[in-house]
Design a protein around this ligand. Structure first.
Ligand code: UD1
Length: 341
């Protein structure tokens, strides 16, 4: 019998790509989402890509403990990957209670059910837990820094909640924390991708929306950082590469290869790219001219962060394979698909 993975937030950007990779790796997947921050586009896209018209979908809110209990009663869940959370940094500063309530309650409900049913837990954490690191690249042993936003703090707190609960569970609960760097791009089919509501906060959706004419001009936040070209450095990781890391992590859990009951892995490329380099690469590889200007720094941005991803490779056999150019081509193909071009 194939193992079953529950993907909370499975209709979103990362969740939909992970669902595709899990299905292609032979897992049964249950997608659960409340569609609070996405529509059905990516869920429908996943069904097309995988040919799985019968892909189970549970429309539910993970903040509802009874609904979560019922879900774990309905399916035999071998592992749960938890994406269902709010993720807008700026909004979290304005509405911290909304973020703490949603992101913590939903994870607590998942953990209680996972413990009860002996399901493995994979939590989607973020490089945001490293804050502005003292040195780069960062390894998993790099000390975490106090979060600069309530959103970031929910990631740090959920990491701690998982660690503490695993420790106290006497082996009932085991989990992996994946710390993502900057996920970008789209599936090569152009059937699923990032679909931000309103004005995008993140760089690549802003680039593609400017290129297609939905936005007038991209603002590059800060060109006076102490970096080679003055713009921030990040580790942009292709969404399909990132999705595959989840398959490696789930394999490791269900095949009994974990070395500790709670493990943590960076999911990045190890390759720093500046904002300006990314913009130039987008223009070059897609043959489009981008209207952009330099603007003041954005509050809360770190100067430079990129991963040392070697632990994920030595322990799980995973590493990123796609070039920035391939990823930016996929992002552009997705934006054109959305525009019907
Ligand atoms: C943010 C979050 C991170 C989250 C990630 C993906 C923090 C500190 N960062 O990362 O936790 O996982 O989003 O949702 O919490 N930029 C521009 N113009 C724009 C948009 C961005 O110049 O219009 C620049 C930013 O200044 C930054 C880079 O592009 O240097 C990347 O920004 P963004 O895509 O928003 O990701 P992060 O802030 O790195």
């Amino acid at each position: 019998m194939n193992k079953t993975v529950l993907v909370s937030g499975g209709a979103g950007f990362i969740g939909s790509h992970v669902t595709v990779e899990l299905i292609e790796a032979g897992y049964e997947v249950v997608v659960a989402d409340n569609f609070s921050n996405c529509d059905r586009t990516c869920y429908e896209g996943v069904k097309k890509i995988t040919g799985r018209e019968d892909l189970p979908l549970e429309v539910m809110d993970f903040c509802d403990p009874e609904a979560v209990k019922a879900l774990f009663g309905k399916y035999h869940i071998d592992a749960v990957i938890h994406f269902a959370a709010f993720k807008a940094v700026g909004e979290s500063v304005e509405q911290p209670l909304k973020y703490y309530r949603n992101n913590l309650d939903s994870f607590l409900n998942v953990l209680e059910a996972a413990k009860e049913h002996g399901s493995f837990v994979l939590f989607s954490s973020s490089a945001t837990v490293y804050g502005e690191p003292d040195s780069v690249p960062v390894t998993e042993a790099t000390p975490r820094k106090p979060a600069t936003s309530p959103y970031g703090n929910t990631k740090t707190i959920c990491e701690d909640i998982l660690r503490d609960s695993v420790k106290a569970s006497g082996g009932r609960l085991k989990g992996i924390l994946l710390r993502y760097f900057n996920p970008i791009g789209a599936h090569p089919s152009a059937l699923i991708g990032e679909l931000p509501r309103g004005v995008p906060n993140n760089l690549v959706p802003f680039i593609t929306q400017t290129a297609i004419g939905k936005r007038e001009c991209l603002s590059i936040f800060g060109n006076d950082y102490p970096t080679p070209d003055g713009t921030c450095l990040r580790d942009y990781i292709d969404i399909v590469d990132l999705a595959k890391a989840h398959v490696y992590a789930v394999n490791r859990m269900v095949d009994g290869r974990m070395k500790q009951a709670c493990e943590v892995f960076n999911v990045g490329t190890g390759r720093p790219v500046s904002v300006l380099e990314l913009v130039n690469a987008f223009e070059k590889v897609n043959g489009v001219k981008l209207n952009y200007k330099f603007a003041p720094r954005r509050a809360g941005d770190v100067t430079a962060i990129w991963a040392d991803p070697s632990l994920a490779e030595s322990e799980m056999g995973w590493k990123a394979t796609r070039s920035v150019e391939q990823t930016l081509q996929a992002a552009w193909a997705w934006e054109k698909h959305l525009a019907g071009k």
